[in-house]
Design a protein. Structure first.
Length: 129
């Protein structure tokens, strides 16, 4: 790197807006858990995907998958069968995002004891107030 010029997109307001908007959409709990489920299990049917996500409602699963499809993270494949079969899989971009978030999980695993200690310390301080 040294003295090499650094290209920054921070100076472009349209890029900043896109990054902020995209992070807001993809960094929510359900999106991350859906990505994890599809990364670990590969292509899944809607109902199978829902079973891997305890606590998600059918409505929230539908909304999240639609948003992920819009963002280019998943592909929805509907088969003309009776009953209808719909499957979801990660796109290359979705797999890239899964890889990026893998670092967050690894960080959490490495730091879980410290995080729990910090939370307990904070909660004790708040209880004394």
């Amino acid at each position: 790197m040294g003295n090499a010029p650094h290209t920054s997109y921070h100076d472009d307001p349209s890029v900043d807006e896109l990054v902020n908007e995209t992070i807001g959409r993809v960094a929510d709990k359900w999106t991350l858990l859906i990505i994890e489920s599809l990364e670990e299990g590969g292509t899944r049917r809607f109902s199978e995907l829902g079973r891997t996500l305890p606590g998600i409602s059918q409505k929230m699963l539908t909304q999240t998958l639609r948003q992920m499809e819009r963002e280019g993270l998943v592909v929805r494949t509907a088969y003309p069968e009776v009953p209808p079969r719909v499957e979801y899989s990660l796109t290359d971009m979705g797999r890239d995002l899964a890889e990026a978030f893998c670092g967050v999980w690894q960080w959490a695993e490495r730091n879980i004891v410290q995080i729990e200690q910090a939370r307990a310390h904070y909660d004790r301080r708040q209880a004394r107030k």
